[in-house]
Design a protein around this ligand. Structure first.
Ligand SMILES: [Zn+2]
Ligand SMILES: [Zn+2]
Length: 86
């Protein structure tokens, strides 16, 4: 399993929830904090994570930054199986 964004397979495109400006991908969050820490937008899934930690859907948490209003947010990128060679 790999993150398509970390591996350059696709771009992470998102709009700022405040100003709808383009968000810049600052890279995976997992290097910075515990991915299951209950904070921010990710808190919505934390209860499921606690119930079945072994069955957690593998995601890569990316930190996003808005260059317009300087707010930061997070996005969950679903991991994919390795792409077959074309
Ligand atoms: Zn990633
Ligand atoms: Zn913004």
């Amino acid at each position: 399993m790999l993150c398509p964004v970390c591996n350059g397979i696709r771009l992470l495109e998102a709009a700022c929830s405040r100003c709808l400006g383009p968000l810049v991908d600052c890279g995976p969050e997992r290097d910075l904090a515990d991915p299951y820490a209950p904070y921010g937008p990710a808190a919505a899934v934390s209860s499921e994570a606690l119930l079945g930690e072994l069955q957690v859907e593998p995601v890569c948490i990316h930190r996003l930054y808005c260059t317009v209003c300087s707010c930061s947010s997070e996005a969950e990128v679903a991991l994919v199986r390795q792409f077959p060679h074309p």
